[in-house]
Design a binder for this molecule. Sequence first.
Ligand code: TZP
Ligand code: MG
Length: 212
Amino acid sequence: MLDLSMYLVMGSQDCPNHDPITILEQAIEGGITCFQFREKNSGRSWADIIALGKRLRQICADHQIPFIVNDRVDLGMILEADGIHVGQDDLPAAEVRKLIGSHRILGVSAKTTEQAHQAVQNGADYIGVGPMFETVSKPDASAPIGPEAIKHIRKNLPQFPIVGIGGITPERTAPVISAGADGVAVISAITQAESPLKATQRFIEQIALARK
Ligand code: TZP
Ligand code: MG
């Protein structure tokens, strides 16, 4: 079963201090359970993006970490990804589900209960809900919707896999989990940490504490 507990999201644009390979390796050592390759406006050529993606993909495969590609079904196919994640303004989730088949993971971003229900109908395996808090990683992000948004959606979808995203730090993990999220999706608090390993370990501790 898909374990969304600690979901690292990353592209080369998110990595000012360490290279993406090092970050992914450390984050895996620290205990991430899922990875999304989210290359966005990095200025890299497709050849570079594919080369980087292949390396990250291999590292995930070596450690049995699901490798999910953001937005692009074509890139996902090239990289033999385990799944695709799309937002509300990307290719329609139902079309992506048709393209990727039933054996691959489909993640969909949702802010409201209505969008969440729609995502379920369209064949999503999980939804990402956010931004929970202010984020530095998505310039076009809407205003934070907070853990309350997860509470609402959780009430309507008691069993469906939900991950919170946006501005989540180890200190802000407990409210997201307590609101009913199965896990947290994180970019900067890991990719920009001095030690991505220690940052991941702190998240894992907080997730365990919040679930007690
Ligand atoms: N979707 C909603 S917020 C966000 C995405 C991709 C960015 C999350 O990055 P960070 O650095 O964890 O706030
Ligand atoms: Mg998108």
